[in-house]
Structures are given as C-alpha cells and as structure tokens.
Design a protein around this ligand. Structure first.
Ligand code: ADP
Ligand code: MG
Length: 165
C-alpha cells in the first residue's frame, strides 16, 4: 500500500493538500483521520470537501456537537459527502445512534475525525490519514491508501516519497 508523508507549514497548505487528496478520491470511500485536538483534521477536511465540489471551505465546520454533517453535490454527477467527528461518542450505543450503517448503504464519501473510535465493517476503499503537530504551524500528514498518490505532487508542501509497501 502506497504511503506518503507531507509537511505543511500553515492551515492554508493543509487545505490545499486536502484539495489534492480530493482529486484522487472516488466514490465510495472511507477517509479515516487520526490526530490530536488541533492537529488539523477539520482543516484538512475543509480542503477535501471543497475539492470534491460539495461545499465552500468556510461552510465546513467541526461537527463536534452535531457529530455528523452532510454535504451534497447536485447536478449531473451528484455526490454525498459525510463529515463525522467521533470525539464525543460514548461507547457502541453512541456509535449506533449515528446511523453509519444507513449512510453506508448508498455510495458516498465518509470522512471521519477520531476514527480510532470507529467500529465498522465495510469493504469500501479506505484512505487513512494521520496528522501530527510538529510545533508552531508545522504538521506532518501521512496518507495511506490513495492510489497513485504521486510523490512531489504537492508543491505547497515538502513531499517526501515514503515506504511503498
Ligand atoms: P482538529 O480538527 O484536528 O482538532 P483543527 O483543524 O480544528 O484541528 O484545528 C487546527 C488549528 O491549527 C486551526 O486553528 C488551524 O488554523 C491551525 N493550524 C496552524 N497550522 C496548521 C497546519 N499546518 N495545518 C492545519 N492547521 C493548522
Ligand atoms: Mg476537528
């Protein structure tokens, strides 16, 4: 599985990376984000959702309390994108109440913050993204599972080709 690591130096660089990731996503897909509070999961998601053409960056806000937001792209190529945040989920019952099974009953893109709290069986392609603070505005963003995610394709960050497994 192809794994790539990026370093971004600002929130803008992270949303830009999100747009590049979006360009490589196809429906259906699970995008599983991991990283501490403030690591940049929501910021990256803004770029992904804007890049998919389902909302403007500023329309994408943290679903911390609502737990899940849905964005739709109408028109000839409709698409549904769900953005979930499991930070406040309590136990399996909390997860059940989200209705993820229903969401996954039709092809869509499901982006999940705090995805380590997810217990879900799905045969959809999975893109795993881990974000880490490097201090200040620097973040490491490791992306696994995006096919043909060419090294150096993100001029806004210092891309380093990583262990192709
Ligand atoms: P999370 O969803 O992981 O809790 P957020 O995306 O909500 O994190 O918050 C990240 C915060 O860090 C935002 O205030 C953002 O402006 C700031 N920030 C600074 N540098 C970066 C960067 N390189 N990438 C992402 N966010 C950054
Ligand atoms: Mg968040």
């Amino acid at each position: 599985m192809q794994s790539e690591e990026f370093v971004t130096n600002s929130a803008e660089e992270t949303t830009q990376l999100g747009r590049r990731i979006a360009a490589r996503l196809s429906v259906p897909a699970l995008v599983l984000l991991k990283g501490d509070l403030g690591a940049g999961k929501t910021t990256l998601t803004k770029g992904i959702i804007a890049g998919l053409g389902t909302a403007e960056e500023e329309e994408v806000t943290s679903p911390t309390f609502t737990l899940i937001h849905v964005f739709q792209r109408p028109g000839a190529q409709p698409m549904k994108v769900y953005h979930a945040d499991l930070y406040r989920i309590e136990g399996p019952q909390g997860l059940d109440s989200l209705g993820l099974d229903d969401i996954l009953s039709e092809p869509c893109i499901l982006i999940v913050e705090w995805s380590e709290r997810l217990t879900l069986r799905s045969d959809w392609p999975i893109v795993r993204i881990e974000l880490e603070h490097l201090g200040g505005d620097r973040r490491t963003i490791r992306v696994t599972g995006l096919e043909a995610f060419a090294a150096g394709s993100n001029p806004a960050s210092q891309a380093a080709a990583q262990n192709a497994k």
